[in-house]
Design a protein around this ligand. Structure first.
Ligand SMILES: O=C(O)CCC(=O)C(=O)O
Ligand SMILES: [Fe+2]
Length: 201
């Protein structure tokens, strides 16, 4: 059984996926990335984010000088590939909602990549949780408040951990300060993959 840890309403299912399940998930993601190549999103100011991204499902999240938004197509023009069944299984087991996820955002953290503190608020219904799956290298996940600023708490997420951001945690600020590059042997090239499942509309 995976251990359940709750910090500020973020529910961390420690070790939810065993190693074979993680390996199968990574294999499925290779097909996703082949159909929808990773890209480096640009902020509105024209800076490249350090995390590389792609998505699967009905929508993917894109960020460029026109702003942040969900789109039904990859920046290359093709529709996003479907969400693999084993990823949907995690949502079904842990989301606690009857709705199906419409987006699985794929974040790839190489050496030195990070994600600043932010809220996930481009979705229409904040009653729907975001379910986050970690694969590969460990990442230092920081959890803050709904308002900007104030105290934060951090937790090292490991490969196979799943975080459910729902209820009071849904609009809390969170981010990834850094990864421990090379701490996991799951991805031969190193790095960390984070998947976030979301209901968009
Ligand atoms: O990489 C993570 O663990 C968090 C990712 C995240 O917060 C996001 O994609 O919105
Ligand atoms: Fe987020």
């Amino acid at each position: 059984m995976a251990e359940r840890i709750e910090i500020r309403g973020f529910v961390i299912h420690r070790g939810w996926l065993d190693r074979p399940a993680q390996e199968r998930m990574v294999a499925g993601l290779r097909d996703v990335v082949a159909a929808a190549p990773l890209f480096a999103p640009e902020t509105r100011r024209g800076r490249k984010m350090s995390v590389r991204m792609t998505a699967c499902g009905d929508f993917g999240w894109v960020s460029d000088r026109r702003g942040y938004r969900y789109e039904p197509r990859h920046p290359g023009g093709t529709p996003w590939p479907p969400i693999p069944a084993d990823i949907l299984d995690v949502w079904d087991a842990l989301s606690g909602t009857a709705r199906a996820p419409e987006c699985c955002l794929v974040n790839w953290y190489g050496e030195g990549a990070r994600m600043g503190l932010h809220q996930d608020r481009d979705e229409a219904d904040f009653m729907q949780p975001v379910v986050s799956i970690s694969l590969g290298d460990e990442g230092l996940f920081r959890m803050g408040n709904v308002e900007r600023g104030g105290s934060t708490e951090s937790f090292w997420l490991r490969s196979g951990d799943v975080v459910v951001m729902g209820g009071e945690a849904r609009l809390r600020h969170h981010g990834v300060d850094r990864i421990r590059f090379g701490s996991s042997t799951l991805l031969p090239q190193g790095g960390r993959i984070n998947l976030t499942l979301r209901v968009v509309r």
